[in-house]
Design a protein around this ligand. Structure first.
Ligand SMILES: Cc1ncc(COP(=O)(O)O)c(C=O)c1O
Length: 360
């Protein structure tokens, strides 16, 4: 991979040391062009059958691109609007009932805790929490009906324990992969989860409004297809007799525009062209450098795993972020924590890290 050539594809680096892919990745110019061209054609030509045919084709292109990033088969990947959508759909699809116990970690993202709390309110499930590091050990076969947690914790960058894969043989495991997909090298089928929900706008560098949901094919039959609409049905013209697709298309989002899909496909294409292995390795290398430099500078780095998030403690994270913004460095505070978080991708370089460190 040529890191300089990769970086040049992202206009944001002309202005700022952008270290914020954990919220939204840098958007490559190719994505902007693809989306804008499609929007222009839609305005000039109208949105008739060719628009919809192109939309279904673009959906499948995105599906293949996402599958490649997480080591999956395309037919097992649904194209969604965001991580949270996939998590919500899977929590609803399990058919949880009053009294069922769900195990999660206390510091998960609201995209996971929100739907779990709603299931507690509306379905009467119970929720038990354990720290992410202990979650596999805390799972109780016979009592726990679902383990739902992040693959990579959004505040610290810690990883779920690998022993979760064994738990997944006995208890359904739902993984929140918002900070995993496109950030780390893994084969989703080896994680032991029945479903893995992730984002298109973060480490895949696509537009807001794109996401993915991997569903283990062995689980598909057991999941309720709670929102089968036109795009999810194999025979939509069959009215009440219409059957959902037998693959992950059954979980696709009901509406994603051609403009969004083409932008998402172009963004993923930029990364695939650079080479996923090289993209993952370059990000790790820069993260390791940042951790070392922060530690040398006397910062307390949050306990993390080999992820692409680096958080450190500061008495006033909001002030650090404001100072960083003024210095042309984009990092973020994490509400309810003492952390400032830098998200480091293959598109960053040592100069970005130096600008961050100089500002500190
Ligand atoms: C761990 C985690 N889960 C879920 C989300 C929500 O992601 P999305 O906006 O794709 O739904 C985020 C976003 O930052 C996250 O970091």
């Amino acid at each position: 991979m040529d890191p300089v050539a990769l970086r040049e594809q992202f206009p944001v680096f002309e202005r700022t040391a952008y270290l914020n892919a954990g919220s939204c990745g840098p958007l490559p110019a190719a994505a902007l062009r693809a989306g804008a061209d499609a929007a222009l054609r839609a305005a000039e030509d109208g949105r008739a059958l060719p628009y919809f045919e192109a939309m279904f084709a673009a959906g499948d292109t995105v599906r293949r691109a996402y599958a490649r990033a997480i080591g999956a088969e395309a037919q097992d990947v649904a194209v969604t609007t965001c991580t949270s959508e996939g998590l919500t759909r899977m929590i609803s699809a399990l058919g949880l009932r009053a009294g069922d116990e769900v195990l999660t970690a206390p510091d998960e993202h609201p995209g996971l805790l929100g739907p779990l709390a709603a299931a507690r309110r509306h379905l009467g499930i119970t929720i038990r929490t354990a720290p992410l590091a202990d979650i596999a050990a805390a799972a109780d076969v016979g009592r726990t009906k679902l383990v739902a947690c992040s693959h990579v914790n959004w505040t610290t960058g810690a990883l779920a324990p690998t022993s979760l894969a064994e738990v997944g043989r006995e208890i359904p495991v739902l993984l929140d992969g918002a900070q995993g997909a496109g950030a780390l090298a893994f084969d989703v089928g080896a994680l032991g989860c029945f479903a893995y929900a992730a984002a298109g706008q973060k480490w895949m560098c696509g537009p807001v409004g794109t996401g993915m949901l991997w569903v283990d094919p062995a689980w598909r039959e057991r999941l309720a297809d709670i929102t089968p609409t036109y795009v999810n049905l194999a025979t939509p013209a069959a009215g009440l007799d219409a059957e959902p697709f037998q693959d992950a298309r059954a979980f696709d989002a009901p509406a994603l525009s051609l403009e969004i899909l083409l932008a998402g496909a172009a963004a993923a294409g930029v990364l695939a062209h650079a080479g996923w292995d090289a993209v993952f390795a370059q990000a790790q290398m820069l993260c390791d450098q940042l951790v070392e430099a922060l530690t040398e500078a006397g910062c307390e780095v949050a306990p993390r795993g080999p992820s692409t998030l680096v958080s450190w403690t500061d008495p006033d994270p909001a002030a650090v972020v404001a100072r960083a913004t003024a210095a042309g460095v984009t990092v973020r505070p994490l509400p309810g924590t003492p952390y400032v978080r830098a998200s480091v991708g293959a598109w960053n370089n040592e100069a970005d890290l130096e600008r961050l460190l100089a500002m500190l």
